[in-house]
Design a binder for this molecule. Structure first.
Ligand SMILES: Cc1cc2nc3c(=O)[nH]c(=O)nc-3n(C[C@H](O)[C@H](O)[C@H](O)COP(=O)(O)O)c2cc1C
Length: 360
């Protein structure tokens, strides 16, 4: 990992978050990104949904909404990347400012509202990328959403899935962003079952051969009641959804937060989300009997955090906000610390450690 990137981080922090982010994506797309040249320790290798991961640490959605830099982020050391949320049609999102850095809390709040250029350029990029998939260093997931004005949300997921499914390793339906009015209602039992049924059909239309179909994952919010969580688990088990991402940003504001921007509206991510997400990972693992692989996401900022997510039941881990504060050097550090923790406790693989925090 070159020092130039840690040197640039304080400079980027002088800019408003959205401008700094745009500059980062541009630099990455010009090939100026960091490279993690160390081979991942074999103890980190894992296989989920029949996909091989060099390491279980992934980039979560929202960093690369338009699928502009997935390969640059794989080169930076992530074991997998997820791009999106992408909506069928372009839309501007909410008025700016809509992204806030809460340095005192190592957190962020965003109310972007699925801003983006829509499916057409996204599919164009990933279809070209799929043609050179042999060079790929890790699985690529597409995160699908709905346009703000669409009333029948499931219809937008069908459109998105049908367009991207041939080019991706996994699919995520994001029904948990707090910044699109009504979106999170899609986590209700009946509407969720209807959406999943239609999403599975869309996947089958796009990729008829069953063994080539990318797994379908549902990304849920961290703000669900116990009853909502068990409803979701029941629907997931009934419909045959392949995985769950736990979790998206939260509308909660934990009382110990001190940053003056904590009162901004939107979804909170980063350190204050970690204990909330960890508890829901453990709960969803228990509710699904460990049968449905979970991607644990929310406030992960260290190898110890990633290890805790895995012990709670996550087969894979994702992060975004910690990168804003720690820069790309964080990725190799998390991986090395995770290797040390797995070895310390006698685990010969990530898979052997999944859910072990729930025993005894
Ligand atoms: C600026 C920003 C934009 C995000 N956009 C999306 C998005 O488009 N789709 C999505 O599923 N999650 C989105 N997320 C949520 C992240 O993928 C992740 O679930 C959440 O931030 C918790 O992880 P973290 O604490 O490591 O950031 C966004 C997060 C941030 C900070």
């Amino acid at each position: 990992m070159t020092d130039i990137h840690s040197f640039l981080l304080p400079v980027l922090r002088l800019f408003p978050p959205e401008a700094a982010h745009r500059a980062t994506i541009r630099a990455l797309s010009w090939g100026m990104g960091p490279r993690d040249r160390t081979a991942d320790d074999p103890v980190l290798a894992t296989s989920v949904w029949g996909l091989d991961f060099r390491n279980p640490i992934g980039l979560s959605a929202g960093f690369d909404k338009g699928a502009e830099v997935p390969d640059a982020m794989l080169a930076a050391g992530f074991g997998f990347v997820e791009a999106g949320t992408v909506t069928p049609l372009p839309q501007p999102g909410n008025p700016k400012p809509r992204m806030f850095r809460l340095s005192a809390d190592k957190a962020a709040i965003n109310r972007l509202g699925f801003n983006g250029t829509g499916l057409a350029p996204y599919v164009d990029r990933i279809s070209k990328r799929a043609k050179r998939a042999a060079a790929s260093r890790g699985p690529f997931g597409a995160n699908i959403g709905k346009n703000k004005v669409t009333e029948d949300g499931a219809a937008d997921y069908e459109i998105g899935i049908e367009a991207v499914a041939p080019y991706v390793d996994y699919l995520v339906t994001n029904i948990s962003s707090p910044n699109t009015p009504g979106l999170r209602a899609m986590q209700g039992r009946e509407i969720l079952a209807d959406m999943i049924g239609r999403a599975l059909h869309a996947r089958a239309r796009a990729v008829p051969e069953k063994d080539k179909q990318p797994p379908l994952i549902i990304k849920i919010a961290p703000d669900l009641t116990a009853a909502e969580r068990s409803d979701i688990a029941a629907v997931i088990l009934e419909t045959g959804v392949d995985g769950i991402t736990v979790a998206n940003t939260t509308v909660q504001r934990p009382a110990d937060m001190t940053d003056p921007q904590a009162s901004e509206a939107g979804g909170l991510s980063g350190a204050p989300l970690f204990p909330i997400a960890l508890e829901i990972v453990a709960d969803m693992y228990r509710l699904t009997g460990g049968k449905v692989p979970i991607i644990g996401c929310g406030g992960v900022a260290s190898g110890a955090d990633a290890y805790a997510m895995i012990r709670a039941g996550a087969s894979l881990v994702q992060l975004y906000t910690a990168l804003v504060f720690r820069g790309p050097a964080l990725i190799p550090r998390i991986k090395q610390d995770l290797v040390d923790l797995l070895r310390r406790d006698g685990f010969s693989s990530v898979a052997n450690a999944v859910g072990t925090g729930q025993e005894g």
